[in-house]
Every structure is written in structure tokens, then in C-alpha cells.
Design a protein around this ligand. Structure first.
Ligand SMILES: [Zn+2]
Length: 214
């Protein structure tokens, strides 16, 4: 009996733990004698979450066992014409001697990844601080800000329409999930405390982006 309860419990924890936030844990109640029963997790929260995030790619939702709160979003450009998460990962390891790519998300421009394709990096999956916004006091922007990089050099060009669509969808998801107001959606160069930089480029339409956010 115990092993059957254990297996059932493990399955519930495994299935719930991968996707949903604040998933209630199943509860084991021991009755008279050796009879035990399992009270399954409440499903109300699961239904609400599934509905709220039904159009969101599953890999945008961090594993609930590691998920933390986030307070801001920092937008970057790659300052290159091309690239993708794997290419930046290699670059950041070899040139900067970081443990991997500094951003949480990379949005492709159709050259080395799909136009508007959102790649999720190991930093987001593990919910660990980024390495994308140097100079901030206490490194707050790396610790508490989600780093999103759009592939392109927006001092010379502009983001593609699909990149902007994906960026909007991603930011709206982050705002909803973590309660981030639009006043804390920053371009790298306007992030409080950040080092002087041109990122995300003079052509990046930060003002228009903010108008489209809640
Ligand atoms: Zn930047």
C-alpha cells in the first residue's frame, strides 16, 4: 500500500512541479490502523494558471521548485547583425569568461535563428542572476532584472516586426507573472545605475514600446 501511495504521490509532484507555480502539494493522511489515503492537490489553481498561460510557450514558465520573483525587465540588442543563444553563449564563455550566455532570453532576427523566435537560456531555466547589466549598485539589475536580448545592431537598423511582437508578448507575460509595472521596463542604457552604453541602440523605439504596455 505504501509503495502505491508513494508512486502516485511522486507522479503528482512531478507533473505539477514542472509547470505550475504555487502548486499545492498532495497530502497523505493516515487513518485508523495502517490505512492511508491520498488527498490530491486542489485543482483550482491549476485551472486558473493553465487558462492564464494557455498561449505561453511552456519553456517560458520556470520550474516551480526554483522560481523566484523578478522586479524589472532590461532590454538589450546584440550589436551584431546575426547570432543566436548558442553563439552568444560561446562568445560569453570564451571572451568574458562567464559561465555562459549573460541573458535570460534571446529573440532572433531570422538569420541564425527564426525571425521572432524566443530562445530561453540556462539562466532563466535555473532562475539565477544574469550577466547583462554591469555597473548597477549591488548588481541589482542582474539579480532582479530579466535580461532580454534582441539580435541586431539598432544603431544602424531596427528590430523586425516579428521581434517586436515576440518582445511584447514576452514582456506582457513577465509583467503579469511577476507584477512588474511598465515603469520598470528599461532599455539597458536607461537602467538606473547601469554603465554608460548605447544599448539597445538609438533606433530602438523604447517610448513606443512603453505606450503599448500596461
Ligand atoms: Zn545591453
Amino acid at each position: 500500500m505504501f509503495s502505491r501511495v508513494f508512486i502516485f504521490c511522486s507522479c503528482v509532484i512531478f507533473l505539477g512541479g514542472c509547470v505550475y507555480d504555487n502548486e499545492p502539494m498532495p497530502e497523505i493522511v493516515t487513518g485508523n490502523g495502517s490505512v492511508s489515503r491520498v488527498i490530491p492537490p486542489r485543482i483550482k489553481l491549476r485551472q486558473e494558471n493553465a487558462n492564464v498561460y494557455k498561449d505561453i510557450p511552456r519553456d517560458w514558465l520556470p520550474p516551480s521548485r526554483v522560481e523566484k520573483g523578478w522586479r524589472a525587465v532590461i532590454i538589450h540588442h546584440s550589436a551584431t547583425d546575426e547570432g543566436n543563444a548558442a553563439i552568444f553563449d560561446k562568445l560569453h564563455r570564451e571572451q568574458n569568461h562567464w559561465e555562459g550566455i549573460g541573458y535570460d532570453f534571446v529573440i532572433g532576427n531570422g538569420i541564425d535563428s527564426g525571425d521572432g523566435q524566443v530562445e530561453v537560456t540556462f539562466r532563466w531555466r535555473k532562475q539565477i542572476p544574469g550577466a547583462h547589466c554591469g555597473g548597477t549598485s549591488g548588481n541589482w539589475a542582474n539579480k532582479d532584472g530579466v535580461g532580454i536580448c534582441l539580435v541586431g545592431d539598432f544603431n544602424r537598423t531596427v528590430p523586425t516586426a516579428r521581434q517586436m511582437q515576440s518582445l511584447l508578448k514576452l514582456i506582457r507575460f513577465l509583467q503579469k507573472r511577476y507584477g512588474i509595472p511598465k515603469s520598470r521596463i528599461y532599455g539597458h542604457k536607461t537602467t538606473p545605475g547601469a554603465r554608460v552604453t548605447a544599448c539597445p541602440g538609438k533606433n530602438f523605439a523604447m517610448t513606443q514600446l512603453r505606450v503599448m504596455l500596461n
